[in-house]
Design a protein around this ligand. Structure first.
Ligand SMILES: Nc1ncnc2c1ncn2[C@@H]1O[C@H](COP(=O)(O)OP(=O)(O)OP(=O)(O)O)[C@@H](O)[C@H]1O
Ligand SMILES: [Mg+2]
Length: 356
């Protein structure tokens, strides 16, 4: 187990900068999710940590010791690839034992550690199967056991749940979280699924174009992202451009259109151009206008998308802007439905609105 630190890590190929001053710390025993769009440099970051590529500049340390000159096989890093990469001709037990044998671990200890690893991923009864005789989720757990059995300093998981269906994915998320906590191994999990990142990790780092844009705890990053791009990447959101027309300690008013003014929390400078970010679940939607609630917006339903636990309404405010709002569905009968063209009334509390 180790504290992992990347400082000003750069990697270029020719004049193409793939990683640009990546700074990242993963505390000993904790789990960091590395999140970002395709091609932003997530796998490249893992490859640099594992020792498969030589950074152009910057440092990588395990417990304060530089590993930049250390070859990959001496870094003691456990890796799980998206496609599992199991040896097809070896049984589950042989696949898991492979790394131990290569490290010259004695047979009795090897047998015990393989059994322990199998138990951790709850695959004991399948020890003698071949990979092709197992489901995707089971193979994924073998791959995880194979990475864990060597007792790595650092565990790197590259989209480990990418190939699984929704249900198995949800199950494996819970499983992975348990295994990571029980084994206490410093872990980085790469994903482009924001839900996975938020649910699995102690901290989330959001990467764009080879740079870390923001790092924080899942709740803090979801609720109070520092920028529009991070907010957008972490889930559905609405953005409205506006101008601060009055600011004070009790809140500020933002003019979005001539007919629409929105109250936000906090004191902002008058005349400032801002962008408001509102999560769809922060709106309260009613079919009738009621007393109470802030920032009343009259609108018409333009599209209704049924999502199972909630319904997504695309609405057009009478004052102009189009918004996407969510409404939880309660009860079994469908009396809670909205029709296209129907008038609705939205309210949203000032402290649920982010100002960028
Ligand atoms: N050896 C290389 N030579 C040139 N370009 C490379 C090399 N390795 C990676 N790249 C480029 O660097 C960028 C980052 O690649 P990387 O594989 O790290 O992305 P990623 O964030 O893992 O994306 P994905 O989510 O699609 O897996 C991409 O634009 C890729 O084409
Ligand atoms: Mg990748």
């Amino acid at each position: 187990m180790a504290r992992l630190e990347l400082s000003d890590l750069c990697f270029s190929v020719g004049n193409l900068d793939i990683l640009r001053d990546v700074n990242l710390t993963v505390e000993e025993g904790s789990c960091l999710a590395l999140l970002g769009p395709s091609g932003c440099g997530k796998t490249t970051t893992l490859r640099a940590i594992a020792g498969f590529l030589q950074p152009t500049s910057g440092s990588i340390t395990f417990n304060g010791q530089s590993v930049v000159g250390t070859p990959a096989h001496k870094r003691n890093v456990g890796l799980v690839f998206q496609d599992y990469a199991l040896f097809p001709h070896m049984t589950v037990a042989e696949n898991i034992a492979y790394g131990l044998k290569r490290r010259g671990v004695a047979q009795t200890e090897c047998t015990q550690r393989v059994a322990d690893a199998l138990e951790l991923v709850q695959l004991g009864p399948l020890a003698d199967r071949l990979p092709r005789q197992m489901s995707g989720g089971q193979q994924q757990r073998v791959s995880l056991a194979r990475a864990l059995v060597i007792r790595p300093n650092v565990l790197l998981l590259d989209e480990p749940l990418g190939a699984l269906d929704r249900k198995l994915r949800d199950q494996m998320q819970v499983e992975l979280k348990r295994i990571q906590r029980e084994s206490g191994i410093t872990t980085i999990i790469v994903t482009h699924d924001q839900e996975e990142a938020l649910s699995l990790s102690d901290r989330v780092a959001v990467m764009f174009h080879g740079q870390i844009n923001e790092i924080g705890e899942p709740t803090e990053l979801y609720r109070e992202p520092g920028s529009r791009s991070v907010m957008e990447f972490l889930g559905a959101s609405n953005f409205l451009d506006g101008t601060i027309v009055s600011g004070g300690s009790a809140g500020s008013h933002v003019r979005v259109t001539d007919e629409l003014s929105i109250k936000v929390a906090g004191c902002h400078t008058e005349g400032q151009q801002v962008q408001l970010g509102i999560r769809p679940e922060q709106f309260l939607v009613e079919a009738e206008q009621r007393a109470g609630g802030s920032n009343l917006i009259a609108a018409r339903v333009r599209e209704v998308v049924y999502k199972g636990p909630h319904v997504e309404l695309h609405v057009e405010a009478d004052a102009g802007p189009r918004l996407m709002v969510q409404r939880r569905i309660r009860g079994i009968t469908a009396q809670d439905t909205f029709a296209i063209g129907q008038a609705v009334y939205l309210t949203v509390e000032p402290d649920a609105i982010l100002v960028f």
